[in-house]
Design a protein around this ligand. Structure first.
Ligand code: GDP
Ligand code: IMO
Ligand code: MG
Length: 429
């Protein structure tokens, strides 16, 4: 018996939500360990579509959801999401959701600073989700964050707000943005406190007890390895570590609890926001991938940039993310292309590279080196077994496995929960 950790292997939106929902039937607890409401995970179950940002995707299966200390929690966004999914017939209560007492909070001033900084960057903007994720993580590392537990201590809250406002108002004023006033912020937090505190606990204790009782834990990553603050295409990244090791530090368990690591990758590639994307297609093929894959951001509604599968990049994600097996999603979107391309390396200023170098200029100069594969005309949409796949599709998957140096252990062929082909159960150790 082992735990499973799910992480994105590209630039996000690989279908982590669908895979977590599918695997959650085999788990007892689902834990979010990093990111915040910048994440957007879409789950399609029959005629219901759930769009989750902060809530662990396992809640849809009735599994206990935990928001770990590594997550930055916007209290208003969380309560709004709880209300939204409750209206869809999925009640979220302190019995089904627990939140770490040491999780840092996102306040309205974080989103304001996120927006003001992006505006100041002009052409060099990161293209953030504008949710205040970066500024909230900065405050955590700078030791001035307001955390869940502070909601139970009004005096601590008041003193911490003074420190926070001194810092943020100075920055906001410097950027020419409106500043914040303490009374309104404090009143708002004190009003939200009684709604949030029933969800709060030291989750490490519950996770430790779950381990002793032999329960299965599924760790649900947000974003992806190429958006990791250390290993991604810096500075065009998010502000947390998205690799599998973060599941331990971000929820309060030892590294052994991470278990088997399943990386999720689309059979092609997308990116939202700015930054290098060597295989991006600006032609009608890119347009077609976007239309077929319905590539619009769950959180911001922005059109996702689309391109061919980048095996060199996913191979790197497999190595730095500790990925044991890959779930390849959206294979059906490739149906009907006469030819498919896979990037196997890069040419940068006349030299060939096996992986993307760390430098910004080198990354933006990287030209993909392609291998061309035969496409297939049959539909793979909704396939639930290998036998339903055309030979060329199987060949494509096998080539992906070889190039990324990891086995494909799961295939997804539509947004619908059960349109999934399991090759190897990641929970089976
Ligand atoms: P996440 O952020 O990794 O959870 O992914 P998102 O939910 O943001 O984006 C993935 C999108 O693709 C969602 O709209 C899913 O419903 C959809 N999706 C997931 N798997 C498949 C698949 O195999 N085929 C197709 N066509 N769509 C899929
Ligand atoms: P899921 O979990 C795709 C991107 C933003 C931006 C960069 C930094 O749905 O895969 P941030 O607001 O985090 O400071 O923005 O990261 N980004 C995502 N892109 N999927 C996500 O989450 C993302 N979360 C952040 O577009 O480029
Ligand atoms: Mg998403």
């Amino acid at each position: 018996m082992t735990n499973v950790t799910i992480i994105g292997a590209q630039w996000g939106d690989e279908g982590k939500g669908k895979v977590v929902d599918w695997l959650a039937s085999r788990a007892d607890i689902v834990v979010r360990f990093q990111g915040g409401h910048n994440a957007g995970h879409t789950l399609v179950v029959g005629n219901q579509t759930y769009k989750l940002s902060l809530l662990p995707s396992g809640l849809v299966r009735g599994k206990l959801g935990i928001i770990g200390n590594g997550v930055v929690v916007d209290p208003s966004a969380l309560l709004a999401e709880i209300e939204r999914v409750s209206a869809q017939g999925l009640p979220v209560t302190p019995e089904t959701l627990r939140i770490a007492d040491n999780a840092p909070l996102i306040l309205p001033l974080h989103a304001a600073l996120d927006g003001a900084r992006e505006a100041a960057r002009g052409d060099r903007k990161i293209g953030t989700t504008g949710r205040g994720i970066g500024p909230a993580y900065e405050d955590k590392v700078a030791r001035r964050a307001i955390r869940m537990c502070d909601l139970a201590e009004p005096n601590t809250l008041s003193a911490k707000l003074d420190e926070l406002l001194l810092h943020h108002n100075t920055l906001l004023a410097g950027l020419g943005a409106p500043t914040f006033e303490k009374t309104a912020l404090l009143e708002n937090l004190l009003q939200l406190a009684p709604k949030l505190l029933p969800f709060m606990e030291p989750v490490w204790e519950r996770l430790s007890a779950a381990k002793q009782a032999g329960k299965r834990i599924l760790f649900e990553g947000a974003q992806a390895v190429m958006l990791d603050v250390d290993h991604g295409t810096y500075p065009f990244v998010t502000s947390s570590n998205t690799v599998s090791g973060t599941a331990a530090a971000g929820s309060g368990v030892g590294p052994g609890a991470v278990g088997r690591v399943l990386g999720i990758a689309k059979a092609y590639c997308t990116r939202v926001g700015s930054g290098p994307f060597p295989t991006e297609l600006h032609d009608e093929t890119g347009q077609l991938l976007g239309e077929r894959g319905h590539e619009f951001g769950t959180v911001t509604g922005r059109k996702r940039r689309c391109g061919w599968f980048d095996a060199a990049m996913v191979r790197q994600a497999v190595k730095v993310g500790g990925i044991d097996g890959l779930a390849l999603t959206k294979l059906d979107v490739l149906d009907g292309f006469a030819q498919l391309k896979i990037c196997v390396g890069y040419e940068i200023n006349g030299e060939t590279h096996k992986h993307l170098p760390a430098g910004m200029a080198a990354q933006s100069a990287a030209k993909p080196v392609y291998e061309v594969l035969e496409g297939w005309s049959q539909s793979t949409r909704g396939a639930r077994s290998w036998a339903e796949l055309p030979a060329a599709a199987i060949k494509y998957v096998k080539r992906v496995e070889e190039l990324v140096e990891a086995p494909v252990t799961l295939l997804s062929t539509s947004p619908e929960r059960d349109d999934t082909i399991l090759v190897q159960d990641p929970f089976a150790s």
